[in-house]
Design a protein around this ligand. Structure first.
Ligand code: NAI
Length: 343
């Protein structure tokens, strides 16, 4: 999406659960300081929406995203083992947000230097399509657990093409396809096969190689610089994106974008962090960087770059950091420091 510099852009804002409202408010403050062009429609989802409207994904929220095609979202809590189905997964399905883009870049030197990876996760298939159930045997209603994943050739081609197009547009040299085609021969074999077909169209422009997921996980620790763009099935992408977040300092520094043909939802990689919710100590950088991706998406990379520079200067030159990064700043203090950098 491209837009003129002075246009207002309607966008849906979902504060979310746990630390969501705290980091969303922090992000709004830096977007205001940037004079970002978004006109927000505030809507609820998740546990907050059950409390307010009796439904974890109210129709009013879906309607808003249908209209705006653009959302910034705080994390949403999903009950473990039972309860309602993940609203995150439902949103990705509802708007066919098939590409989950999760960059990991070194912002704070010291751990691994010069990391610059982008993970592309297939976002609507695999083991997330909810064929996950128990079979009763005798008096045990949960004697057998079954999960079936689904990957279609069309969906695999779609995410592969997205990854290669992204590589071309962003000057990336290589796409590494991550799979487990030695064991999940059909489910991830089709993913590898489709990626190879698509890669052939980009021969000479973008390299392709592949890794079995377990080997990839180890190599990401030993030598992450050998990778550039990682193209993953849904579950492997979920796991490896937390791993690459760890390479650059943790979940407090990991942004994400869920992109489809008709809508895009921007959110941090992390969840609602119930262990620190309400304490005012959450790191808002992941969501701020997600807002940066949102600015890039609407053609305002100038503002996205300013935001990224202000965050880097706050962390490194001002040495203002939240607790997860071994600092002592509260969410509010960190946000105020970024706003000062933007002044
Ligand atoms: P989590 O990502 O919420 O937390 C894992 C650990 O990282 C916790 O110790 C937490 O305090 C810390 N952490 C996460 N974000 C942080 C931040 N911004 N600043 C400082 N520390 C931070 O993962 P967890 O605990 O497994 O999940 C909690 C809930 O979030 C679950 O209901 C889960 O389903 C949901 N979730 C939602 C996601 C989304 O909305 N996209 C993504 C991942 C999980």
């Amino acid at each position: 999406m491209q837009t003129a510099a002075n246009m207002t852009i309607p966008a849906t804002l979902i504060p979310g659960d746990g630390i969501g409202p705290e980091i969303v408010e922090a992000t709004l403050q830096v977007l205001d300081a940037l004079e970002a062009p978004f006109a927000w429609e505030r809507r609820q989802a998740g546990v907050a929406a059950i409390d307010a409207e009796g439904d974890p994904l109210p129709e009013s929220t879906l309607d808003s995203i249908r209209t705006t095609g653009l959302a910034l979202k705080g994390p949403l809590t999903t009950p473990v083992g039972g309860g309602f189905r993940s609203v995150n997964v439902r949103l990705r399905e509802a708007f066919q947000l098939y590409a989950n883009v999760r960059p990991a870049r070194t912002l704070i030197p010291g751990r691994y230097e010069d990391i610059d990876l982008v993970l592309m996760r297939e976002n609507v298939g695999g083991f997330y399509v909810a064929h996950d159930y128990y079979i009763p045997v005798g008096d045990d209603p949960r004697a057998v657990a079954v999960s079936t994943g689904i990957n279609t050739r069309e969906d695999c081609r779609r995410i592969a093409r997205f990854a290669f197009e992204y590589a071309v547009r962003h000057g990336r040299r290589k796409v590494t396809v991550v799979h487990k085609a030695n064991i999940l021969k059909a489910l991830t074999g089709i993913f590898l096969e489709a990626a190879r077909e698509v890669a052939a169209e980009y021969a000479g422009r973008v390299e392709m190689d592949d890794r079995i997921v377990d080997a990839c996980a180890m190599q990401l620790v030993l030598d992450p610089w050998q990778f550039d763009v990682l193209l993953c099935t849904n579950l492997f992408g979920d796991i490896l994106s937390d791993q690459i977040a760890g390479l650059v300092g943790g979940l407090g520094l990991a942004p994400g974008a869920n992109i489809g043909d008709k809508a895009a939802i921007f959110e941090a990689v992390h969840g609602s962090a119930p262990d620190i919710a309400g304490q005012g100590v959450a790191n808002p950088v992941s969501l701020m960087l997600s807002a940066g991706l949102m600015l890039d998406h609407v053609g305002r990379q100038d503002l996205g770059d300013r935001l990224r520079r202000a965050i880097a200067a706050t962390l490194n030159e001002d040495q203002v950091r939240t607790r997860d990064l071994k600092g002592s700043a509260t969410t509010h203090e960190f946000t105020a420091a970024v706003v000062r950098r933007l002044a």
